[in-house]
Design a protein around this ligand. Sequence first.
Ligand code: AGP
Length: 610
Amino acid sequence: MCGIVGYVGPRSAVEILIPGLARLEYRGYDSAGVAFWEEKGIAIIKQAGRIADLERSLARAGVPDARAGIGHTRWATHGVPNTINAHPHRDCTGQVIVVHNGIIENWMELKAELEANGHEFASETDTEVVAHMIEEMPEVALEEAVRLVMKRAEGALALAVMRSSDSQLLVGARRGSPLVVGRGEGENFLGSDIPAFLEHTRKMIVVDDDRVVAIRPESVTVTDLDGNPVEAAERLIEWDLEAAEKGGYATFMEKEIFEQPKAIADTLRGRIGPNGLVRLTEFAEAERRLREIDKVFVVACGTSFHAAMMAKYAIERWTRLPVEIDIASEFRYRDPVLDRRSLVIGISQSGETLDTLAAVRYARAQGSVLVGVSNVVDSALAREADAVLYTRAGPEIGVAATKTFTTQLVALQLIGLHLAQVRGTMDEGTIVNLVQGIRRLPASVEAVLETVPDITELAKELADTRDVFFLGRSGDFPVAMEGALKLKEIAYVRAEGYAAGEMKHGPIALIEPGVLVVGVATDSHVRGKTLSNMAEMKARGATILLVLAEGHRDEALSVADHIVEVPSGPDLIYTVTSVVPLQVLAYQIASARGLDVDKPRNLAKTVTVE
Ligand code: AGP
């Protein structure tokens, strides 16, 4: 996720681009830059850091008097977040300038071709290939050159491009990543999202997939990739600025819950090969050591620890390696038995959680192989690891983790299957079937999100409940733990996550009328046992809410007071779908209680103290 802005018209472009970028900072903030025309051609000013840093640099240099330009705020996916990798990027001549949001999956192949033709690359980004590809077509009109690039580039991308030969033209293109045009009087705007230009105009055009848009001060032309003109309807924006920044959702957390299908699809992008097996190029260098490991440790905190719990079930089942999991703050103090043949996986969405960093550094000191799972490119965890798998969920603003959790689960599934492939512990047909299941997750999570109105009604009914247990077995156990954590942290309701079979060993004493028990029962070999445990709770007067894989309603009717069905799919993989109703339940209970879900009391998004 990154933010793009563009402006062409009679006003000072940079004075429009910078506030526009600031409004898009929620989309990423590790570096930023602008490009604009000046007398001698196009100038670029960019740097690592936030928009405010860029603004200060521009103010020091004197704000340029340009009438058109493009800008970018970056959330790194390829290449560390430094000044060189910051956008805009340019070709060898400095005449073609590009900003980009998304991932060009075949960029390595394109880059190799361009390098063979003599192009020199300045950055480590996938984006830069676009500038050099257009440089190859100096005689071709910019709109057409961008169409040709779009035909060759694979993956999700939104582009804004300018060329020094035409100071009145910006060209945008879109596939998968968002792009909107703001229509003004004698001026026009481009943006990844409406807030980029909302203070200047309320008229907008949504650019559809595989469309190229040419904007000049007086005109906006949209074409398909063959150059045929496409009619693009103008819409009036009715949101105010705050609503627009949250994409029309009431809170960032709600928006992030709804972003999960896209976030999961981004996690998967480019990581499944044409043969249907997992392809993790990130692990190429560590491959030899990964073959030699004889034990796995997974360390993390909070929600990320629940992802670690899931990883234990998956990695042990698929690779037959023993897996230990640890809350990161406990790991190094228990003196774990580690050596060079141990693989330690550190999970942290921020990549900066001190306890997790201390745990992986401890493991490094014992010579173990380190793999990181992080959402933040070049985070401290990423720098520490021998190999890192980025979850690519985009920035998460709400303090409670949602899309970073579901994408962690998917990333860990990929790691588990990759290890199974490398070690030959599963036959390829079985892996391909599981991978197909993973591929269906974005659509299945989308289907779960359609049930939000029903869960909202249920949440209103349950909003006054003060004692809640979340129960599950096997892969549903970490989901239960996560459901309880979500309810605690944003709704301030005392909630316990338990292994369903463990209740009878003590906690069942707390069950009485008025207690809510949320059971999670996906399509697994232990579903029947979970349902029996739920019957035990019901018999003692609890109200039962069941998150149940579809197709099993009849088995559950006698034990459940309420049922939320989730799509069925392969065991352990489809637990991803069952956490979504629990996020929504916690969110709606917190909202019904009038709480600030984005900033729950006493919590910080990143915990950098021990
Ligand atoms: C989750 O909703 C939390 N707010 C918290 O438990 C979080 O998961 C934990 O602090 C770990 O953060 P990390 O993934 O950035 O390391």
